[in-house]
Ligand binder design. Structure first.
Ligand code: B16
Ligand code: MG
Length: 213
């Protein structure tokens, strides 16, 4: 039934969700703004500037657009420094097995990430040429939870959305997959992905997913 699988990147293929958190935490600490992992759950899958807006809600100060761009760039500098260290060893357990199994079965695979750093991360993981199609921030107008990014990915692999499975670790991402009319698989924090059709702890057991196909 399913002919295409669309993977989110941060938090699904590799644990860059942790680096995003650490980079935002560093910025928030410098600004003396309260920020914790619970608030961070709402940032997953959300664009850089929208993430900053969520963090600034805990500050009484008013920031100009110029200051906001400066802060977002600063966070990105911290993040870029952290992702320099990424190697193929940082691919999360089960992901390579899953990719190889899907290829053997001639299932098309895509990445749908709103991150402007997605290609760098995939390159450092050694996965840049492993996918049939990659959608990142450059190709889309609306971020998650808008379904655009997943619909663009389905189009890119030439599979009807109803024949696609989307895998996400974020609330916004699961909503985007559901609105795209695909089967949604949530990994990671079960509360964050509670709207998913299927919830898995992680992808360490590829047959969890292969059994759905
Ligand atoms: P950047 P995904 C998302 O990537 C992250 O989940 C989110 O935390 C981040 O703010 C967003 O990318 C933008 O990333 O600042 O690198 O452009 O989960 O869609 O792969
Ligand atoms: Mg993610």
């Amino acid at each position: 039934k399913y002919k295409g699988i669309i993977f989110d990147l941060d938090g699904v293929i590799t644990d860059t969700a942790e680096y995003h958190y650490l980079a935002w935490k560093k910025l928030a600490d410098e600004l003396n703004i309260y920020f914790d992992r619970k608030i961070n759950e709402n940032l997953k899958g959300v664009s850089r500037l929208e993430s900053l807006e969520i963090i600034l809600k805990n500050s009484d100060k008013v920031f100009s657009d110029e200051e906001k761009h400066y802060l977002a760039d600063k966070k990105n500098d911290y993040y870029k420094e952290m992702i320099k260290k990424i190697t193929p060893q940082d691919i999360l357990p089960g992901v390579c097995d899953l990719i190889n199994n899907l290829k053997e079965r001639e299932i098309k695979i895509a990445v749908a990430s709103v991150s402007k750093n997605a290609k760098t991360v995939l390159d450092n993981l050694g996965l840049l040429d492993s996918f049939d199609y990659i959608v990142d921030a450059e190709k889309i107008k609306n971020g998650k939870p808008d379904p655009e990014i997943f619909l663009n990915a389905a189009d890119g692999i030439k599979v009807e959305p109803c024949c696609c499975i989307g895998i996400e670790d974020s609330k916004a991402g699961i909503e985007a997959i559901n609105r795209a009319g695909m089967l949604s698989v949530g990994v990671g924090n079960p509360e964050t992905v509670e709207e998913a059709d299927i919830i898995l702890k992680d992808l360490s057991n590829p047959s969890d997913l292969l059994n759905l196909i």
